[in-house]
Design a protein around this ligand. Structure first.
Ligand SMILES: C[S@@+](CC[C@H](N)C(=O)[O-])C[C@H]1O[C@@H](n2cnc3c(N)ncnc32)[C@H](O)[C@@H]1O
Length: 194
């Protein structure tokens, strides 16, 4: 889908993927985590549910999204909550940041980009993470077809793709997914190989 089409979704208040709250997988994972002195990048952050949650946990948060309107929404929400979030308009398949991050926190962004761009997406994550940096997120677990977004995939495919740059610590179903997505997603936790 083009940047314009994503932007139109936000302009038209049409974002069925939005949970209206941070993903429970992150809430659980970061439960006892102090984000102070840690940085996190949220690619394809949408309306910023996860970015806001991380900023509230003390992380230095940056979001990267192709939709100007989504960034505007996050900016407004952050201001209301007196939070600072860095907003970047750009493409997750090719963006290079000046400073690298401790965490790459991904929620329904990988599945939103066309499968032919998956390799570039993973490269963008690996080049923007610090050594041993953490990739955490959700990948769709239904068969990959030409129809999407969202685009699915298999465990085998994800292992093969991610193992080049990452040590995969977890790739599994997770009881903390929201009910409607429970059987449709894998939780991924991986460390960048140094
Ligand atoms: C399915 S939405 C998920 C939004 C948010 N993570 C959530 O869970 O509510 C996908 C998001 O990725 C953004 N996006 C799609 N393709 C992108 C790309 N190539 N680079 C950056 N952002 C992209 C869209 O604008 C949209 O906000």
């Amino acid at each position: 889908m083009t940047a314009k089409k994503w932007n139109d979704h936000y302009l038209q208040n049409d974002f069925p993927w939005d949970l209206g709250e941070p993903s429970p997988i992150f809430v659980k994972y970061f439960e006892n985590f102090d984000g102070k002195n840690q940085t996190a990048i949220v690619p394809g952050a949408g309306r910023g549910n996860d970015a806001i949650f991380l900023a509230q946990k003390g992380f230095g948060v940056t979001i990267l999204d192709v939709s100007e309107k989504a960034l505007e929404i996050v900016q407004e929400r952050a201001e209301e909550l007196d939070l600072k979030i860095n907003l970047v308009c750009g493409d997750v398949t090719n963006y290079t940041f000046e400073n690298k991050f401790d965490f790459w926190v991904e929620h329904t962004c990988f599945c939103a980009i066309h499968p032919t761009e998956r390799e570039s997406y993973i490269k963008t994550a690996s080049k923007n993470l610090k050594p041993n940096g953490t990739f955490i997120g959700a990948l769709m677990s239904f068969p990959l077809t030409e129809e999407g977004p969202p685009f699915g995939g298999s465990k085998e495919e994800y292992l093969e793709r991610f193992e080049k740059d990452f040590e995969i610590l977890k790739l599994e179903n997770n009881k903390h997914f929201v009910e409607r997505r429970k059987d449709r997603e894998f939780f991924i936790l991986a460390k960048l190989k140094v």
